[in-house]
Design a protein around this ligand. Sequence first.
Ligand code: ACM
Ligand code: ZN
Length: 768
Amino acid sequence: MKTCVAFFISFVMLQQLGIAQLKPSIIPQPVKLVMNKGSFQLDQGVSIKYQASQLSLKPAVDYFIASINEISGIKLSLNKPSNKTIELKIDQNLKLNTEGYELKVSDQHIQITAKGYAGIIYGFQSLLQTIPQVRTNAKLEIPYMEISDEPRFQWRGMHLDVSRHFFPPSLVKTYIDLMAAYKMNTFHWHLGDDQGWRIEIKKYPKLTSTGAWRVDQNALVWGTRPQALPGEDPSYGGFYTQEQIKEIIAYAAIRNITIVPEIEMPGHSAAAISAYPELSCSGKPQLPMTGGNYKDMSSNYCAGNDAVFHFMEDVLSEVINLFPSKFIHIGGDEVDKTDWQKCAKCQARIKKEGLKNEDELQSYFIKRIEKFINSKNRKVIGWDEILEGGLAPDAAVMSWRGEKGGIEAAKMNHFVVMTPGNPCYFDHYQAGPEGEPLAIGGFNTLKKVYDYEPIPKEINQEKQQFVLGAQANLWTEFITTSGAVEYMVLPRMLALAEVVWSPVEAKNWNDFNRRLKYHFNAFDQKGLHYSPGNFTVDIRPISKNNQLSVELLTESPEAKIYYTTDGAVPNISSNTYQQSFPITSSLTVKAITVLNGKIMNLKPAEQSFATHLAMGAEVTYKTAYSKYYPANGPNTLTDGIRGKLSHSQSWHGIDNNDLTATIDLGKSKEIKSITIGCLQNYNSWIFMPASVQFEISEDGQNFTLLSKVDNDIPLDLKAATIKDFKVMTSGKQARYIRATAQKIEGCPKGHPGEGKPAWIFADEIIVE
Ligand code: ACM
Ligand code: ZN
């Protein structure tokens, strides 16, 4: 009896193991995937079959035959008599959306059924991911299976900035190939910016003969590049001819990818202005920018000059003739409106049109362009700044400064694409940062991308239809080579692909990592650059019941964490992390990730904790802190970790409100001093509070005012600064402490946001 049970169990386990081994590594995860026993052998004898009436499928079939040939050397035949076939079928009654498909692999027969071209291409993509990507003499076995699949979102986007650095058509095609493999369908091509105009416009040849070329300062880091001097050789740059663009559009269309061109306006246009200075407010000649420095240069078109609109319409006409995309991206972001404030023509326009200010002038600009684009049967999409001063009637919004703009637009029944900086900016670090190529900043890891949910909770059921999807943006200030482009999108694009394609229930981080190995093999085989993932240990404080503990997390499902708390550099004989542990004295945690016996970090992650009486205490806010600055959660002010000069970590931010935090020490304690740290970061609209008021209480109801401490940091101080607001209490007893940081009346005079709401940032209330 015993042996019989054992035999039965091992048989079942073997069977499961067999099936598990055969399970393909398709990314994005299909909606429904059922594995069956057995496999189809792919060899020269296989013929693809489809009806002559479906001639439009021919480019998809050619693409598939070429792809199979590239991976395996096998040449499939087309519509030849054969007992082994891949059959394509168009069925309008399929209960899937227009990009959906069914794929059935069975004995001697593979069938792909779809409503149209897109579904057939996606059936092929899934099939391609079932065979080894590495050349092998072994038989190519495709497991018997049934897939029924369709995308969750219709906008599955990837953006590429070719202005900050220029990339040849071959890289653009590689980018499109990668997008296609993971069923991304929208390529947002950022064709111009301050540092280079990249699209040939027949009517304005100087846009490319002048605007596409700048002085070569590629040896210098972006932010340190000086402005070009007259007489220097503008030898760096490039552009795409209209012929090249047509070819790339066709190349993308075969892969079911729409290219959305972006023609930036009214800002980020210094390169166009260097070609045609009369388009700016000042009309002054200038050279294309070489980096981020634009002192005494014009970056904006003049909004008071009708010739600018005629120019824009001419350019857009050529763009619209080239690109079949329904959406035309007109930029609209980060317009520095100071030139407009000083320009007689702009001010005359404001007066004549009855506009209130420069924000409304920008809105006038976009609305006027929208009318033109609509007259050509196309739609406008722009960055979320186009909401300021009033959104154009039919414009779609790309939400990049968080999700706020997207939420606002969706509530107004406008279409939106979500691409919040965190986690959709792929120019940010994905690992390290030690050992990573220099990046613009941020920390958008593979798992952060994987965990992204494009529909924010603030958008109700009825308005969710306005979220078209999500997109990752690749700005290239710090990305100078084709290999670097690949590295920054691989593998994060695969995570995003699953976000925008797969239903939430089908997502699984561990299984995604299992499947990823197959794709890493494919990248190796193809010589593509990619990141192996983020192995930096996340040292995370947790407060509970007035006790602070620390939790150590790694994104790698198969890795182990080793750590120290005595200052020593951890190695594989240090403590193995098992579970969270309490912090009872001031100390420094150092931690490493170890995978297959190998330390995965150049430098351990490190976090110091400084103990004080309020550490681990509960914090309640009168007005909630911004969801964009959650730091370490609700008790960030008492987590023993002090915020540093970078405002993206450790700080709680409150927008346009006083910050009132109450701390419960759990029991009455003798208090000598109370301190709250505040941050000023002029460029990010973060300012010192006008004052901080400190109060104490024994019962949490009746508070006694201790003192009000006024700010003495000048609001026009541009360097990031931390100030400790502190009060001495001469040993008073209290259980509750309340600190109120009072907001200033708006950003100070001379600031780009003068009079507009400012942020207060606070971290760590230290009680001693
Ligand atoms: C942007 O990142 N300026 C849209
Ligand atoms: Zn002007």
